[in-house]
Design a protein around this ligand. Structure first.
Ligand SMILES: Cc1cc2nc3c(=O)[nH]c(=O)nc-3n(C[C@H](O)[C@H](O)[C@H](O)COP(=O)(O)O)c2cc1C
Length: 256
């Protein structure tokens, strides 16, 4: 109980560590204060805002400028028509972000047959596009969250999405981004300290005490927000990620 309370207090009092000299910088503020938003006002996103968000995705950096992504875009009605349910979290728009390497093969002759590299590059680039869209949304006062729960590990797994969206080989859903006007600003979830993830010289292991403290805060946060033990989430992952792994092996590596 004491550990839970201690973790909870640390969680609530955590703040981004922006150097005081740079605290007026708006771009930095957006990056440091961005949070995943999971509840939205019932208000549409204007067309120019939406176009600017998608444009940010289109203009993202990518390996050899190959732009190995596609964006399946939805308004609430289109989502309902396609999936027979509401957009997650009452969001106003959604993008299913796809790693899409099939375009490369259609124009680049002699491209090596390297499914794992293809998949890695596809996921890397599409994730950067997703982050660009996220930050463009932030700049416009919109909120968003990346969801794997409606992507490869969700109710709509990769196989189901591939069928519904008619995805060819080489096109793999990696996440669903949902957007809207934020109805709440969540506190920052426990982030590892910079010293635990950045190093100079040889690789340095994060001290166990730092990891244990972080995980304690994760568990406290999970219990505070869901009323359930984090181990429930692990059970869920055990069920769903096993299935997702099998699907990816089939879809990406061609294993049966
Ligand atoms: C690829 C990816 C998938 C995610 N999937 C989910 C999800 O299924 N459900 C959810 O509530 N949050 C999801 N998130 C959001 C993370 O939980 C969130 O980024 C993390 O807790 C850190 O919080 P922050 O984004 O506010 O910094 C996902 C994030 C990423 C990057």
């Amino acid at each position: 109980m004491l550990g839970f309370l201690r973790g909870l207090i640390r969680l609530i009092s955590a703040r981004p560590r922006t150097p005081r000299s740079l605290q007026g910088n708006e771009a930095l503020r957006l990056i440091h204060e961005r949070r995943s938003i999971r509840s939205f006002h019932d208000r549409p996103i204007p067309a120019d805002h939406w176009q600017a968000v998608l444009e940010a995705g289109r203009l993202a950096p990518s390996t050899v400028n190959l732009q190995t992504w596609s964006f399946a875009c939805f308004e609430p009605d289109e989502w309902r028509q396609m999936f027979d349910r509401r957009l997650p979290m009452g969001a106003a728009r959604a993008v299913i972000v796809l790693a899409d390497t099939q375009r490369t093969r259609r124009v680049v002759e002699g491209f090596p047959d390297v499914p794992l590299c293809d998949y890695t590059v596809g996921v890397m680039n599409a994730s950067l596009a997703a982050m660009n869209m996220t930050m463009a949304a932030e700049a416009l006062g919109l909120g968003s969250v990346m969801l794997s729960e409606t992507g490869k590990t969700g109710f709509y797994d990769a196989r189901e999405l591939a069928t519904i969206l008619g995805l060819p080989r080489g096109v793999v859903p990696i996440m669903t981004l949902v957007f809207g006007w934020p109805a709440a600003q969540p506190v920052m979830p426990p982030k590892l300290p910079l010293e635990a993830v950045a190093f100079t010289g040889k690789y340095r292991e994060t001290p166990q005490t730092v990891l244990d403290e972080w995980f304690e805060q994760m568990q406290s946060g999970y219990r505070a927000s869901t009323g359930q033990a984090f181990s429930r989430q692990i059970d869920h992952y055990n069920r769903r990620l096993g299935e997702a792994e099998a699907e990816l092996r089939e879809r990406v590596l061609g294993e049966s």
